[in-house]
Design a protein around this ligand. Structure first.
Ligand SMILES: [Zn+2]
Length: 344
């Protein structure tokens, strides 16, 4: 090995430059520069077999560059990604990259890719568990997720203008469904698809994540800022492939049919008292309108359950209507799951 002679002004990473480190990782940075991390072989090898292979004695003999007498291993991943990976490996006790609870895990989809490539299994497992929690496969878990998001929304409303909490808009804090669909497809995690597609079906096609969040200037445009302050939930519409667009269109058709048929069935069910019947019609009319406007029949039916208890019905009729609404929600969720059980 020859001592490293020429680097185009590489920078030493301040967080990961350990004086007793025994290997240097070199990663690309923007503008053709490289960033160097002086770390410990054992930290890489104990977590990752591919890393272990890469830096075992014989492999390092073929390394052409050294720095301060240490072998320099060139990695293709951007320095920012390797920095986050090292945060996870070195700071396991405080959660590494996970200690920032405000940021949704899907922003770490690249971390999942690195974990797959370097076979860092415990971290991979943890990210997948978090993804499953964020995109749940059961209705109670979905309701818990929605309650959490509603609480976040309240924080933003309470913050007043400009509607930012931890310097973020609500849209910054929510996981983005199109990216999740990509991750689910790429990593064979089909259990994420029902919740991701349902969430996507609710979002406004005019609110494009890329247009809103490209950079600070885009976020500051008055029209964009108005949307963000208003709590818009955007999606990466441009990244949705033709197949998934078709899946989404079919899902929206299905949901519209479910609402039409479900509400009609609840409207027609026999009810013994005229006063209760009138109250029921009112509940159903309002909640059907909400289902259409919100594109969220699960939410509309849940809202109707709460509204029913204030609608002035007798206890028996109230209980029946709440039961029908709950049954509608369950069948809606099951239909959603069935749609993604096979080829979708
Ligand atoms: Zn009654």
């Amino acid at each position: 090995m020859s001592e490293l002679a020429v680097y185009s002004a590489p920078s030493r990473n301040r967080d990961f430059w350990f004086p007793d480190g025994d290997i240097v990782l070199s990663c690309p940075q923007p503008h053709g520069r490289r960033c160097l991390f002086r770390v410990h072989k054992f930290m890489l090898t104990q977590h990752s077999l591919p890393f272990a292979e890469m830096i075992k004695k014989e492999a390092l003999l073929s390394v052409l560059e050294t720095l301060d007498g240490l072998p320099v291993v060139l990695l293709p991943e951007p320095a920012s990604e390797i920095h986050k990976l090292l945060c996870c490996l070195y700071n396991a006790l405080n959660g590494g990259a996970f200690n920032d609870e405000e940021r949704p895990i899907t922003r770490y989809d690249w971390l999942l890719r690195i974990c797959s490539k370097y076979k860092i299994l415990p971290l991979h497992k943890r990210i997948v568990a978090q993804l499953k929690a964020e995109w749940p496969a059961t209705l109670p878990a979905w309701d818990a997720r929605e309650a959490h998001i509603a609480a976040l929304l309240q924080q933003h409303i309470a913050a007043g203008p400009p509607g930012r909490v931890h310097d973020m808009y609500l849209d910054d804090r929510l996981a983005e469904p199109v990216l999740t669909i990509h991750t689910a497809r790429a990593l064979s995690l089909p259990q994420l698809l029902p919740a991701a597609f349902y969430d996507l079906a609710r979002r406004d096609p005019r609110a494009d994540w890329d247009a809103l969040h490209t950079d600070a200037a885009a976020r500051a445009l008055p029209a964009n800022e108005r949307l963000l302050v208003g709590g818009v939930r955007s999606a990466r519409w441009g990244a949705l492939c033709a197949h998934d667009l078709l899946v989404l269109a079919a899902l929206k058709e299905t949901l519209a049919t479910l609402v039409r048929e479900g509400w009609e069935m609840m409207r027609r069910a026999q009810i013994p008292h005229a006063v209760c019947d009138a109250a029921r019609k009112d509940v159903l009319e309002r909640s059907k309108e909400l289902a259409v406007v919100s594109r969220d029949p699960l939410y509309a039916a849940q809202w109707a359950c709460q509204y029913t208890t204030k609608a002035g019905m007798c206890k028996s009729c109230e209980t029946n209507l709440v039961r029908w609404l709950a049954t509608f929600r369950v069948s809606c969720w099951l239909t959603l799951l069935q749609k993604f059980q096979h080829r979708n």
